[in-house]
Design a protein around this ligand. Structure first.
Ligand code: IPM
Ligand code: MN
Length: 356
């Protein structure tokens, strides 16, 4: 029997409660499909930091490196300096484990969830491949004469040939693997204003020669935001930089119905990878059992797929879809009228139904 070791970081705010539901779904699927999950819980996040001053100790990262996957809730707390926890824990794991792909599927499960008029599930089904280890996120930069009228602040936007090439290659492979008759990969950058992005233009073209079967497409990021609202059906797979990927995937989450359903995988193919909802810690809702756990449950679904438990992943995705289409879960927000655990219960019941 397959036996997966999974590191669990519930984190801050609503993180622990949505993760709890993700783990319950995983356990239900494991017993149903005959594999095992062993969870190792880590306390990292605001409370732990305020108590111990510890953020993300190297020994824990070393342990996680040997596991099969990491399941993360949400990180961020208003009691702690802006960005400190996020950079150390979310960023720390992404960088230390070299999780160079941030995979963000944008899929509309039920028409009524979409804020756009006349868009159906088949119109909103794109996959954003966000670079995850470079760009404005490396922390290179700083302040000069901080707090004075002459202050200078700099943050470098780093792109390397290696980092650009590997994520573009991954995106081409994904485009192929989706099995469409004519796959399309859209490169999203800002090469007209940011000339450093010429590296992306050239790399895309060079790597693209190996993928004659994939249609190459390009959009500047501002136009991409416009097209995602106007004609989301145009997009198949999108590859983009870290910062732009961050922004357009929040936009994408709204096309799906909201942050309450959007999930992501931080991936280094063949190595331990990390799965998380893309929403934040929402401290206002913490501990109230009202947060919608579907994004975390979707992250669990992506994790199953990554681990190779394809049947389980499909079953779980189908369950989420059915519950939304039938409006047994009427919305993906905190206003669904269902508690966090009640939504978890519905998902578990649904995955345990024999296939029709
Ligand atoms: C995300 C988040 C993070 C990011 C934050 C928490 C640093 O917004 O995963 O999209 O900007 O990558
Ligand atoms: Mn984000």
């Amino acid at each position: 029997m397959k036996d997966y070791r999974i590191a669990v970081v519930g984190g801050d705010g609503i993180g622990p409660e949505v993760v709890r539901e993700g783990l319950r779904a995983l356990e239900a699927l494991a017993s149903f499909h005959g594999f095992k999950c062993r969870f190792q819980h880590y306390p990292f996040g605001a409370n732990h930091y305020l108590k111990t001053r510890e953020l993300m100790p190297p020994a824990a990262v070393a342990e996680m490196r040997e596991m099969d996957a990491i399941f993360l809730g949400a990180i961020g707390d208003p009691r702690v300096e802006v960005g400190l926890l996020e950079r150390a824990i979310v960023g720390g794991l992404r960088f230390e484990l070299d999780l160079y792909v941030n995979l963000r599927p944008i899929r509309l499960y039920a028409e009524h969830l979409c804020p756009l008029k006349n868009k159906r599930p088949q119109d909103i089904n794109l996959l954003v491949v966000r670079e995850n280890t470079e760009d404005l996120y490396t922390g290179m930069g700083g302040f000069f004469k901080k707090g004075t009228p002459d202050e200078v602040s700099i943050q470098e936007m780093i792109c390397t040939r290696k980092g650009t090439e590997r994520v573009i290659r991954y995106a081409f492979e994904k485009a192929r693997a989706r099995g469409k008759a004519r796959p399309r990969l859209t490169l999203v950058d800002k090469a007209n204003a940011i000339r450093a992005h010429d590296l992306w233009t050239r790399t895309f073209e060079e790597v693209g020669r190996e993928y004659q079967d994939v249609e190459k497409d390009h959009a500047y990021v501002d136009a991409c935001a416009m097209w995602m609202i106007r004609s989301p059906e145009w997009f198949d797979v999108v590859v983009t930089t870290n910062m732009f990927g961050d922004i357009i995937t929040d936009l994408g989450a709204m096309l799906q119905g909201g942050m309450g359903i959007a999930a992501s995988g931080n991936i280094h193919p063949g190595r331990v990878s990390m799965f998380e909802p893309i929403h934040g810690s929402a401290p206002k809702y913490a501990g109230k059992n009202t947060a919608n756990p579907l994004a975390a449950i979707s992250a669990a679904q992506m994790m199953l797929d990554y681990l190779g438990e394809k049947e389980s992943a499909k079953t779980l995705e189908k369950a989420i879809e059915t519950l939304l289409v039938t409006r047994k879960i009427p919305s993906v927000g905190a206003e669904s009228g269902l508690s966090t655990s009640a939504i978890g219960d519905l998902v578990i019941q649904e995955v345990q139904k024999p296939a029709a």
